[in-house]
Design a protein around this ligand. Sequence first.
Ligand SMILES: *[C@@H]1O[C@H](CO)[C@@H](O)[C@H](O)[C@H]1NC(C)=O
Length: 385
Amino acid sequence: MARLGLLLLLLLALPPHSSSVSWPDTAQGTMANLILTALEKATLFLEDRLPTINLDGVVGFQVLEVQLRGVQEKWAHKPLLQPLSMRAGQMANTLSALLQKSIFYLKQSDPMYLREFQPSIQPGFWKLPNDWTRTNASLVYPWLEPLDSFSEESSDVCLVQLLGTGTDSSQPCRLSNFCRTLMTKAGCSGYSLSHQLLFFLWARMQGCTEGLFLQSQHYMDIFCANMMELNHRAEAIGYAYPTQDLFMENIMFCGMAGFSDFYKLRWLEAILSWQNPQVGCFGRPDTKGEPSEVPHQQGILRRVRRREKLFADGCSCHNTATAVAALGGFLYILAEYHPDNGDAHPEYDPNHGDPYSSSQSPARNYQDGAAGPDVQRTGRPLSVS
Ligand SMILES: *[C@@H]1O[C@H](CO)[C@@H](O)[C@H](O)[C@H]1NC(C)=O
């Protein structure tokens, strides 16, 4: 971690490069290279354990494939970036083949869950954000419901209604009053909150625009503002292991929802440091000799997920999935904001680059950067605020 931190600091301290330096040799090129290398390792992990990867794991890699295609396309027309574009494209091809194969295994291990959630691992379901926005700290709840106020089972029921994959053969985008109430309930945190956001995100992917979904953006604004708040808290407690999973899930979901301020350089650095360098997975740190099953218990910021799968070496399907989709998002926003136009350099402001300090109000810490999407478009690529 320390070495990587130093490297990123060095990258940030580099003077803006002159136009004679080719883009891949710059800080952004190095960053893209770091992310691609981490993702290639994670893809090897997927390949290695394919028969035992669960559906949640597959979803993360499906999102990654979409992000890599986006990156490949953006870089394909830039001569200097073609090697990076090809690398992204090759990884996307590998993933595409692996993900097709994974369906065969999921049919055997969890056929019902597969039938209900198959759309989410289908090519074409996930779409990259068209527009970018930022979270608005004034939408953070002044109070919270008791932790994780509803169960994963309830949120699964509502997601299945949304997808129209239940046994009652109802149409997609229909929802019961129960789900309408649950998915718009204020004051939720943890996985309840991230699943409320996921619900509206999938509604967008599914093309639901009527009724409640007229207000999709409104709810996403609220949920991601609160997910940002939780991520600041996770950072403030040093990303203690059980919170890493939710932290990365929040970046994965709100990033795909178009909230660019989740892509903070220091968060990228943290995530990269959590990868198991030998195996390529993400999961529990130092697990020597510990049992491979996670006890079902309540945590402070996290409830253990019902379908979480933890390998004996500490690798977690869900952690790896959220990590690769978060990292894929970092790569995509890097590609989106860095055409090789000669001034591609993250503005490093030492006053804002300091790690978030717990003595500060989380709201204040990121309110400064709460600019509209237009400002952001010409502004910093990776938020260092
Ligand atoms: C943030 O939300 C508040 C309350 O809805 C609103 O008044 C304000 O204009 C928003 N700020 C931005 C920058 O969008």
